[in-house]
Write a new protein. Structure first.
Length: 325
């Protein structure tokens, strides 16, 4: 992917600008990880997923490639028609295996992928039917909860939600529980949620996935500073910041920061932000869970754990929860 993109004009009132200034003027400086993914960030993240130390993608792909029949068994236990809703569908590389298994069973369902990117939805609507001609696809472009609400207006069929890729780990435990409760409130009795969690494991293995020797993850984090320069008239000296990752095996919190290497001033539009030497910017969390904690979250947010599917190393779990009656 090209690393040269044209600078995009962002109005002063833009959400991106407002979020950046709010985060960097707070007592505890932070930037939202949702802004990692511009064109360059997407390319760097593809490199991360190809790293030998980044086990997450391969672990969940293994589950989808080899256990979709068993997952389909759980879904098909109720033979009624349903809507399969995927939150943050992306290119559906993993979920396509489950879609094929459901089609093979001749189950009556519609696939409703949700993504914030209109391009992603258009690509899925155009290309998925070429791979799976029997698949009925109706893409939904927008915010997760707004689109789940919209999906409920499209039919009164039961719902099966997919939330894969350990995306739940981008929230701390309290936020994740509130998110799951909010999902529960949009679902009806006996609806199903299939949700991916990265499991606690050797701390060195986890840290290596987020602090690789080649510096790819570092470049991914620093690119957000470069994006602010490109799009928000910022003047970050990217070389004045370093990447630092930490993992707490007790809490399961894997966090990443950018550290200011000197006292410096950064201008963003009309604002000037002061950084002290060794001051940090909190960038993101990648929360890890034990299986017990996964089951506790299901119960506390209004679900019943039904089944768990692991990769061969038990690095990752795709858990199936059913809404409590």
């Amino acid at each position: 992917m090209s690393t040269i993109i044209s600078k995009q004009h962002v109005p002063v009132g833009s959400t991106f600008l407002n979020d950046v200034l709010a985060g960097l003027t707070a007592e505890r400086k932070s930037l939202s990880s949702k802004y990692f993914y511009d064109e360059i960030g997407d390319g760097i993240f593809q490199q991360i997923m190809e790293m030998g130390d980044y086990y997450l993608t391969d672990a969940e792909m293994e589950i989808m490639q080899h256990q979709t029949e068993q997952i389909a068994d759980v879904i098909a236990a109720d033979p009624s028609a349903f809507d399969l809703i995927e939150l943050g569908a992306g290119d559906a590389t993993k979920s396509v295996h489950l879609l094929q298994s459901l089609i093979n069973r001749q189950l009556k369902f519609t696939y409703l992928p949700i993504d914030i990117s209109r391009h992603v939805i258009e690509d899925l609507e155009e290309n998925l039917p070429k791979k799976l001609p029997a698949l009925k696809v109706e893409g939904l472009n927008g915010d997760y909860f707004a689109m789940v609400k919209k999906a409920k207006t499209l039919s009164n069929r039961r719902k099966v939600l997919l939330f894969m890729g350990a995306n739940i780990g981008n929230m701390n435990v309290t936020e994740a529980e509130e998110f799951c409760k909010a999902l529960r409130n949009e679902l009806s009795a006996e609806d199903i949620l299939i949700i991916g969690f990265d499991l606690k494991k050797n701390p060195r293995q986890i840290l290596a996935a987020y602090d690789d020797e080649a510096g790819i993850t570092k470049s991914f984090n620093l690119n957000l500073l470069s994006r602010i320069n490109r799009e928000l008239d910022g003047d970050f000296d990217v070389s004045g910041f370093d990447h630092y990752a930490s993992y707490d095996p007790e809490s399961g919190a894997c966090k990443s920061y950018l550290i200011s290497l000197r006292d410096q001033l950064v201008n963003i539009g009309d604002e000037t932000i002061r950084f002290h030497v060794n001051e940090h910017i909190y960038m993101e969390i990648s929360q890890k869970y034990s299986l017990t904690e996964v089951n506790e979250m299901a119960a506390s947010s209004g679900f019943i754990p039904v089944a768990d599917f692991f990769d061969q190393h038990h690095y990752f779990v795709d858990a199936i929860w059913k809404v409590k009656r």
